[in-house]
Design a protein around this ligand. Sequence first.
Ligand code: IMP
Length: 183
Amino acid sequence: MENNIKKILVTEDQIKSRCIELAQEITNDYKNSTVTPLFVGLLKGSVPFMAELIKHIKLNVKYDFMCVSSYGNSTESLNDVKIIMDLNASIKNVPIILVEDIVDTGNTVKAVKELLYNKGASDVKVVSLLDKPSRRKVNVKADYVGFEVPNEFVVGFGLDFAEEYRQLPFVGVLKEECYEVKE
Ligand code: IMP
């Protein structure tokens, strides 16, 4: 599997260190919150990032997950975002920290933010492991970003191609021939 990686963009150690920094920043920003903040992870890509980040948050927080449509077997982003699995509990007046693996076109984050506000969230901030600003199609940005990546298809640390490569402990660029054969 690792033979299919052209180059590593972010190492496991870099991810771990950056998660500690992001968690410190978030802890500081929410330390005076009177309502317990809720981290909402977008399945499935946010799982390793959520796990690494949350353990360094020095506050009383909760977490939950939602599932929205993603790429399927293609490397092109979808315009429409479909909710596949919603949150269970009410988020009325709850401050939300939306946890994403990558902000690419921005469609997903924009749509999910709107949805969370419609459900009554008092505030929605976004923390994303990766940001690919060169691909942005809508005006949205993450409040906390782990790493900016170039316009290349990346996998690992939760990011997949056709559901594979999510378990890699680093973020790398997939060799073109690996996704050309599956499309
Ligand atoms: P957006 O709606 O275009 O911002 O895309 C968000 C989702 O697309 C992310 O949560 C990922 O699941 C997926 N995605 C975007 N870029 C990549 C990539 O380079 N590799 C793997 N998945 C990606």
